[in-house]
Design a protein around this ligand. Structure first.
Ligand SMILES: C[S@@+](CC[C@H](N)C(=O)[O-])C[C@H]1O[C@@H](n2cnc3c(N)ncnc32)[C@H](O)[C@@H]1O
Length: 309
């Protein structure tokens, strides 16, 4: 079976293709890139100013105990953890960790130790950088929605805990003017509704947009639901300090369930979700709006999209 990640993720992610899909032309990437192809990890905010990166810890590596650094246990010794908090549970025997969603203040970005930190690659504060580690499959979702991402463990009894990291939402990393141009061309070149891939990260001092339509990872296969089982959490790490969108489960999930998040709540902002919810009842949207087929009892009727595009 085809691995949709082309070997770029730690484990293969099977694709069951049941109709000619536009994703055949998608170039798989594991972290976001700028439209010119440069990885966002190569971005430096203030190259001219000499300044210490506040998000690099000064932990000392301990031989033979790669995962002991930067865990909750050592929070007093790690600058990343003590400065920004650690909301990941310590790894279990299988090195699984979850995000403690209930303890995390709304809109607080997570700050992970970075590849520039001296701690080990398996440091317990580097969860979302380690790639997609869940048993997943991409296949046809319910009618009219296209493909979706499904939880596919070997045992039908497996339960995926709440707070599990699913994947980043990786794609081309766009400024607002770039995203506006992209959105307009996608509307012209596609059927109504097909172009709803751009995720807007609206943070207090910055707005970024991620478009995985042409270059992206499996995050692009999460469909919208008005009653979703996943959420988007902003995570930062590394010298670039740019916000990544990380997808976590917001409840436990069973074998065969399809992952979804609320497209209106992408940046973790309840305010934005409420605004879009109000707007979603208007049909004067120039044909940009798509009927929502999430079939939840909470369904708001229309799929949300960023009105500023
Ligand atoms: C980010 S993509 C999700 C993956 C997509 N299903 C695919 O096959 O590539 C968003 C697109 O999926 C479809 N979609 C996702 N959620 C939907 C929903 N709740 N109702 C209707 N269409 C949906 C729409 O065509 C939308 O433009």
């Amino acid at each position: 079976m085809q691995d949709i990640s082309n070997g770029l993720e730690p484990f293969p992610i099977p694709l069951i293709q049941s109709e000619a899909g536009s994703f055949e032309t998608v170039i798989y990437i594991t972290d976001s890139i700028f439209p010119n192809g440069t990885p966002i990890s190569s971005f430096r905010p203030d190259e001219d100013e000499e300044q210490d990166d506040p998000w690099t810890c000064s932990c000392v590596r301990v031989d033979d105990d790669e995962s002991a650094l930067c865990t909750v246990r050592d929070s007093d010794t790690c600058d990343c953890v003590s400065g920004f908090g650690n909301f990941y549970t310590p790894p279990d025997a299988g090195f699984n960790q979850v995000l403690n969603i209930d303890a995390l203040p709304e809109r607080l970005p997570l700050v992970e130790c970075s590849p520039q930190c001296p701690c080990a690659e398996r440091c317990a504060n580097r969860l979302t950088q380690r790639g997609v580690r869940l048993p997943l499959m991409v296949k046809q979702s319910s009618s009219g929605i296209g493909h979706g991402l499904f939880y596919s463990p070997p045992s039908e009894k497996s339960i995926l805990p709440k707070g599990s990291f699913v994947s980043l939402y990786a794609g081309e990393y766009l400024t607002s003017p770039q995203a506006r141009l992209r959105w307009a061309s996608q509307l012209v070149n596609s059927k109504v509704g097909e172009g709803n891939y751009i995720l807007s990260l609206k943070l207090p001092d910055e707005v970024w947009h991620i478009d995985p339509r042409y270059k992206g990872n499996i995050g692009r296969f999460l469909n919208h639901s008005c009653e979703p089982n996943c959420l988007i959490q902003v995570v930062r790490w590394g010298m670039d300090s740019l916000p990544r969108a990380a997808i976590f489960t917001k409840r436990s999930m069973k074998y065969g369930e399809v992952f979804s998040f609320d497209y209106a709540n992408a940046s973790g902002s309840t305010e934005l979700a409420l605004t879009l919810e109000k707007e979603s009842h208007h049909e004067q949207d120039g044909g940009k709006r798509t009927k929502c087929l999430c079939s939840s009892t909470q369904c708001r009727g229309w799929m949300p999209f960023d009105e500023s595009l």
